[in-house]
Design a binder for this molecule. Structure first.
Ligand code: CTP
Ligand code: MG
Length: 201
């Protein structure tokens, strides 16, 4: 009896591995938005967001790797997938509460809303642009690696913008900050093997 109670208590914490995984549910539209922007490569004529302009440091504002087509491809993909998650949320919650006692703070992370997925997807693309802006200021060429920045720019901005509607509890934030660079690297290696990306990062 005592042991059962202890087990329940252990379940009822955001640090439980199962609940950490809910971070993926919340951030998935950002992963999709960031990942699907590369499919803009398949479009022949693309329009760089910075219009080819440079700043006083003679470096591009963002560089030719950031196009409107990529931005819109990523945003629309992220929102479409996000809407599917919004529609599935109640079913996931029903499934979880059959087996586990979910900490109340995590219920809004399962029952995400359309405005939230819009902000999460938008944040991912804006974060990616900010990352490129910083890379150019540091004179890191287009497509050259900037470890940590390349993997976390989109994630951090996505979580900040998402927090305007539903802040992610901090154990899930830490979890995503740790696992996202690994997933990002893996996804880029796959993109490289599929010849969608020139470099495996
Ligand atoms: N892409 C795009 N528009 C965006 C984001 C990405 O067209 N807003 C496409 C570009 O073809 C880009 C590819 O997706 O080359 C990979 O994206 P990313 O790795 O973010 O760009 P990089 O080319 O590495 O450029 P940067 O050094 O600025 O990160
Ligand atoms: Mg890159």
């Amino acid at each position: 009896m005592h042991q059962d109670f202890d087990n329940l208590n252990k379940m009822n914490t955001m640090f439980h591995p199962i609940f950490l995984l809910l971070g993926f549910w919340y951030i998935f539209p950002a992963y999709i938005a960031n990942g699907f922007a590369v499919f803009a490569k398949l479009i022949k004529f693309r329009h760089p967001i910075d219009g080819g302009r440079t700043l006083s440091d003679d470096q591009p504002v963002l560089g030719p790797g950031k196009t409107w087509e990529g931005f819109l491809t990523g945003f629309c993909s992220g929102v479409i997938v996000g809407i599917l998650l919004v529609m599935t949320g109640p079913f996931l919650l029903a499934l979880i509460i059959q087996y586990l006692i979910i900490p109340p703070e995590l219920v809004p992370i399962v029952l995400i809303s359309v405005p939230l997925v819009i902000l999460v997807a938008l944040g991912a693309l804006v974060g990616d642009l900010i990352g490129s802006f910083i890379k150019r200021r540091l004179k890191v060429g287009r497509g050259r690696p900037a470890p940590i920045l390349d993997q976390l720019d989109f994630l951090i901005m996505s979580m900040l913008m998402g927090a305007l509607i539903t802040p992610l509890p901090w154990p899930l934030v830490i979890f995503l900050l740790i696992v996202t660079p690994l997933i990002h690297l893996l996804a880029n290696v796959i993109g490289y093997l599929l010849r969608l990306k020139q470099e495996p990062w």
